[in-house]
Design a protein around this ligand. Structure first.
Ligand code: ATP
Ligand code: MG
Length: 378
């Protein structure tokens, strides 16, 4: 029955954006039926016509279908009866009292962690450029550098001299630059030596501070997280604090990366973070006269995507604009948006916002408030 437990864990990644709690905790999962590779989930919403319905439904499908061995997910949506609603409201109130320090990331914010099974594959370059490309599509976007010791975001955005400052309520203001809200350890320390002092700091503690003590915009549509290389510790901490987080996996075209695939799958399973898709980076190089070289092999991205059972979101070619842009703080998607890498990264950003559509602006809050009031008077 481990499958059932896996499904329940995946459903804990589905957050009711208004009540800011997962649908399992809220008692909204009325039924889980497993029939081989087919799963059907009963979800009871507060009101049947809730505008959140589509979002919750598609989140349930995406998160449960990401579990290995599950091919097909159906969702059966019903409406709660008065008794169930009153139970839910008391849970919500209790929860509000218990959770004194929730993160500053709105439950409406879509969180995408850019990860990989090994280092140096272009996570930071892609995080920076994807954040800019998503922002250019008209979404308010944040960029969190979760590489606490090996930060590279400030350099890539020419913000090495900028510093985070305290704002109201003793919260740290994220850096507003290039249209993004940016937080990185590199914006707190003055030099690499000071950065070394952070080694004494617990990784998950620093990450927690970035999520709880930073005044992120409440209407952030997307938060892109540049993940550090290495183990799944940060993934685990993240999914605990931001259960809505999902993963984009970056890989190189090199084939036979089974070990990498196994590592990524393991990371996803342990953190219950679904993988949205794979991005192949450093995929070949085309000279100005049109000759193509697969410098780092070919096919690795598709192979990994197939192994994980997720789509290949795109193949970003080797492009000197990525290296130069990264070193000089002139990101390739803004410097050369129609160049080889710029074009592909912008298309990946568009694909991502399709797969993980921004949260609905229209909410049930008003209706829930009315319901709560009615219940108070019963
Ligand atoms: N498509 C590309 N074309 C050319 N160079 C690239 C491309 N993608 C990344 N690079 C270069 O490869 C190097 C590593 O990239 P990056 O720092 O983004 O990787 P990373 O996965 O974040 O590394 P780490 O695991 O150390 O955090 C950088 O010098 C970067 O400029
Ligand atoms: Mg990096």
């Amino acid at each position: 029955m481990t499958k059932r437990a896996d499904i329940e864990a995946a459903l804990r990644g589905v957050i009711d954006p208004e009540l800011n709690a997962d649908i399992v905790e809220l008692g909204m999962v009325s039924d889980i039926k497993v029939d081989g590779a087919h799963v059907s989930i009963g979800v009871a919403l507060t009101v049947a016509a809730c505008p959140m319905r589509n979002q919750i439904e598609s989140d349930v499908v995406r998160k449960v279908a990401a579990i290995p061995g599950i091919d097909d997910v159906t969702v059966d949506v019903t409406a709660m009866n008065a008794e169930q609603r009153s139970e839910l409201m008391s849970k919500v109130r209790l929860r509000a009292r218990e959770n004194a320090t929730p993160t500053m990331i709105s439950p409406q914010t879509r969180v995408i962690a850019v990860s990989s099974g090994k280092g140096g594959v272009g996570k930071s370059s892609l995080s920076v450029n994807l954040a800019l490309a998503i922002s250019a599509l008209g979404h308010r976007t944040g960029l969190l550098d979760a590489d606490i010791w090996g930060f590279s975001v400030p350099r890539m955005l020419a913000s090495t001299d900028a510093r985070l400052e305290a704002g109201e309520n003793r919260k740290i203001q994220p850096l507003q630059a290039t249209g993004l809200e940016i937080v990185s350890t590199g914006l707190l320390v003055d030099d690499e030596d000071t950065a070394l002092m952070w080694r004494g700091l617990m990784l998950s503690k620093a990450l927690e501070q970035f999520l709880t003590d930073v005044a992120w915009s409440p209407n952030l549509g997307y938060l892109i997280i540049d993940m550090p290389p290495g183990t799944g510790d940060v993934q685990m901490a993240l999914s605990r604090m931001l259960p809505q987080a999902e993963m984009v996996v970056v890989t190189t075209p090199q084939r036979a990366a089974q070990k990498v695939a196994a590592r990524v799958a393991d990371m996803a399973r342990r953190s219950h973070m679904p993988v949205v898709g794979v991005v192949e980076n450093m995929s070949g190089f085309t000279t100005e006269d049109g000759r193509h070289y697969d410098l780092f092999g070919s096919g690795g991205g598709l192979e990994l995507a197939d192994q994980l059972g997720v789509p290949l979101l795109g193949r970003v070619p080797l492009d000197p604009g990525v290296v130069n842009g990264g070193d000089e703080g002139r990101p390739v998607v803004t410097e050369d948006p129609n160049g080889p890498a710029g074009t592909e990264i912008r298309s990946i950003a568009a694909r991502l916002t399709e797969l993980i559509p921004p949260a609905a602006e229209d909410t049930c809050t008003a209706r829930i408030a009315v319901l709560a009031e009615q219940l108070e008077h019963l």
